[in-house]
Write a protein that binds this ligand. Structure first.
Ligand code: DGT
Ligand code: CA
Ligand code: CA
Ligand code: ZN
Length: 593
């Protein structure tokens, strides 16, 4: 069990204690321990035999140590198990509803002894929530909306959450006896922005005979965080992790591995179209093989490559398999040369300790250099974002000097010089003006203009607001243009088409914010941007050095949007890139303006 899983149980315990009305000191001790364990560089699992070291961690006292020891010996935290028995696990699901905290849940429980989603929804519909102390009709409506939202998006997970789990599971399965190949398929392999469940394919001797199979299954069931097995057949095991993700593991014979990869990578729509093509060519296609329609004899199945080749198609990268024209393009040898992570020469959206980042300019530069970047930009917030300690005109000017000094300093010492652009992420105010003076903005290398407030403006006002920001001669690009937070907050309402048209005219770029909760613009919107001839900048919006690696989630979405290197400005060399940021991108005029 890793630290994240342990912290998860302790957080749940704290919530359950709060529902149970226990004293706040005790509740806090669980939250503190959970936070401490999340931040701990070593794994608790490796320290559990050394109580002294664990007791030295602030937030872990004797009582908590006993809890952890029990967890590793028996597999549960006692209070957690007792409270779950008292309230049933459905209580934990209630905590995931926006605006439904432990206090309200306790209130509902004490009045109605209801502790599951369906039950709470029914109470709200019957008008029985508004009668509770400190509640009203407005609360009740909000609650119903939150439950609806949860049902709609609930059960899906962010790409990075799914990927981290998949990486651990793949590594775990590789250790099993008789396993040769393990690979994730499904929406994760296609790089979809959210993932419903994990599909993992396994092949090797372990899949051949029942005895070997049992050994491998026994090993699989020891995977840390595995909560319950949902189904187990001859060649498929489904289980649920503690964090709610469901996993389907499929055991396959080597001769079918490619066919299974193709089938279980999907998408379903791509598969249906591909099968139709196969039929027209006299083949059948399923998860076992591509076979002759007449004789049933397999003609391909070991690898995906041979299947696509037999169907007279260029190999289609998984990111494109959504039945959005890729089969036709592969038939005509017209698939795009998709952008790759190695094409990215710099990351130009990051924050430092000057506002709400966690690292200094120098630390961010070190990390960017370690990635081999030729350039980067420091883009701290502007004053409208008061809680982030955003910069005033005066502080912005001083920050430019600091950035330039840091660049000089670093490059004097380093063999691989890096350009550090002085930038800003300036707020687009409610009326579309920018939060800093023109005289300051003019002195910056990069101006990212972003909406961070007044998300609820009506569609026309928001469109005007963004159009005005695009038309500002100092704007280089629009940051996270739709403002959505995946699985949490919808995009604000505005006319994206109109904004893209204006962006093409003013040669203002759009950001692809690679942070996994944003992925904004989305793949669909990126394709639209490309049709408008609008260039993209892929950024991480890093608030910590460890965030820089998230650039790959952006590159994956760009690939899903069929983007090539030429569509993305931060693949340019430093000088050309700088020019594009100050004066708009160079080159051909947009096709449809
Ligand atoms: P998800 O899990 O909702 O994020 O999306 P996927 O694409 O991973 O979907 P999933 O897990 O239901 O199935 C994995 C793949 O298996 C899917 O992409 C294509 C294939 N598949 C599933 N059901 C069908 C089906 O009824 N027909 C065909 N042709 N393929 C299917
Ligand atoms: Ca799936
Ligand atoms: Ca599945
Ligand atoms: Zn921002």
């Amino acid at each position: 069990m890793d630290n994240k899983a342990i912290a998860g149980i302790l957080y749940e315990t704290a919530d359950l204690l709060e529902i149970d009305g226990q004293d706040s000191f005790r509740i806090r001790s669980y939250r503190n321990a959970a936070e401490a364990i999340e931040a701990l560089p070593q794994q608790v699992a490796s320290l559990i035999a050394e109580p002294k070291k664990l007791l030295a961690v602030p937030g872990i006292g004797k009582g908590m140590l006993a809890n952890l020891q029990h967890l590793f010996e028996v597999g549960t935290v006692e209070v957690h198990a007792e409270l779950l028995k008292k309230y049933r696990p459905s209580m934990l699901e209630l905590l995931k509803i926006q605006g439904l905290g432990p206090k309200t849940i306790a209130l509902i429980w004490s009045a109605y002894q209801v502790c599951d989603l369906d039950g709470v929804e029914a109470l709200a519909r019957e008008g029985k929530i508004r009668t509770l102390p400190r509640m009203g009709e407005k609360h009740e409506q909000k609650l119903l909306k939150a439950i609806e939202d949860y049902r709609r998006i609930g059960g899906r997970f962010l790409l990075d959450t799914a990927e981290q789990l998949a990486e651990k599971l793949v590594a775990h399965l590789r250790e099993a006896p008789g396993v040769e190949k393990v690979t994730p398929a499904g929406s994760l392999r296609r790089g979809r922005e959210t993932v419903g469940d994990l599909d993992i394919l396994v092949t090797g001797k372990a899949c051949a005979d029942p005895e070997a199979r049992q050994k491998m299954v026994d090993h699989l069931l020891r995977f840390p965080g595995l909560m319950e097995v949902i189904g187990q057949g001859d060649n498929k095991i489904s289980f649920r992790q503690r964090n709610g993700i469901q996993v389907d593991v499929r055991l396959l014979p080597p001769e079918s591995f490619g066919a299974a990869m193709q089938y279980f990578t999907g998408s379903k729509a791509h598969n249906v179209a591909l099968r139709q093509r196969a039929l027209k060519m006299g083949y059948t296609l399923n998860e076992y093989s591509l076979a002759d329609l007449e004789t049933d004899k397999p003609v391909a199945g070991k690898s995906e490559e041979e299947i696509y080749a037999k169907l007279k198609l260029d190999f289609i990268p998984p990111e494109l398999r959504e039945n959005l024209g890729e089969i036709d393009a592969a038939d005509k040898h017209a698939l795009p040369q998709l952008i790759e992570i190695s094409d990215i020469r710099g990351d130009v959206h990051m924050h430092t300790v000057e506002t709400d980042g966690r690292n200094t300019i120098e630390e961010m530069a070190d990390a960017a250099q370690a990635r081999g970047y030729q350039y980067m930009a420091i883009t701290d917030h502007s004053k409208n974002l008061a809680f982030a300690n955003g910069l005033t005109d005066e502080r912005a000017l001083a920050h430019i000097e600091r950035i330039k000094a840091a660049e000089k300093n670093i490059n004097e010492k380093s063999q691989h010089p890096i350009r550090i652009f002085a930038g800003i992420e300036v707020d687009i105010l409610a009326d579309g003006s920018l939060d800093l003076s023109d005289s300051v903005l003019e002195q910056l290398d990069i101006v990212i203009a972003s909406v961070h407030s007044h998300f609820n403006q009506d569609r026309d006002a928001m469109t005007e607001r963004l159009l005005r920001a695009v038309a500002n001669p100092n704007t280089s690009l629009i940051g996270h243009p739709t403002g959505r937070l995946l699985l949490r907050r919808d995009a604000y309402a505005f006319d994206l088409d109109a904004v893209l048209k204006a962006a093409a005219k003013h040669k203002v770029a759009m950001e692809l914010n690679a942070y996994p909760d944003r992925l904004d613009l989305s793949d669909v919107h990126l394709r639209l941007a490309r049709q408008h001839g609008v260039k993209i900048v892929i950024n991480t919006d890093s608030h910590h050095t460890s965030h820089l690696e998230k650039i790959r989630y952006g590159v994956t979405q760009a690939r899903r949007a069929w983007l090539t290197k030429d569509d993305v400005l931060n693949t340019l060399p430093p000088q050309k890139f700088a020019q594009a940021m100050r004066h708009g991108w160079l080159g051909e005029p947009p096709p449809n303006s």
